[in-house]
Design a protein around this ligand. Structure first.
Ligand code: MN
Length: 129
């Protein structure tokens, strides 16, 4: 199954996302801050990242910006998770390098659709092998 990295500073939100992903049979990695996320990315490459945009005092978007500058991470889909559902904010997230944006509280049906969408090229690749 695809491996998803969850980056979320709030322990309850993180657990909720991780539990749901595990229940869908995804492999799950999680980090609570930028440093932890960067360390994990350098160890084991996830197939997608769920990124909380507000990581306590840190700007979650800087992870997307950083990933897009690294050839080994530039192709990994990043889905921003945010309390800001405003279109202007979404554009800022997409410009920073996120592929999609979903709002909090997370609608799991929507998240499932986004994951299917962004992981589809990967699944096609696997099924051809
Ligand atoms: Mn947060």
């Amino acid at each position: 199954m695809p491996r998803i990295l969850v980056v979320e500073d709030n322990a309850i939100n993180r657990e909720l996302l991780c539990d749901w992903l595990e229940a869908q049979d995804y492999e799950v990695l999680s980090a609570e801050d930028l440093g932890g996320a960067q360390r994990l990315l350098q160890g084991e490459q996830p197939d997608a990242v769920l990124l909380d945009v507000q990581l306590g005092g840190e700007d979650g978007l800087s992870l997307a910006v950083w990933m897009r500058r690294q050839p080994e991470f530039s192709g990994i889909p990043v889905i921003a998770v945010t309390a800001h559902a405003m279109v202007t904010e979404q554009q800022r997230f997409l410009q920073a390098g996120c592929n999609a944006c979903i709002s909090k509280p997370v609608d799991f049906k929507l998240l499932s659709r986004e994951l299917d969408k962004w992981l589809a090229p990967l699944q096609n690749r696997h099924s051809r092998v």
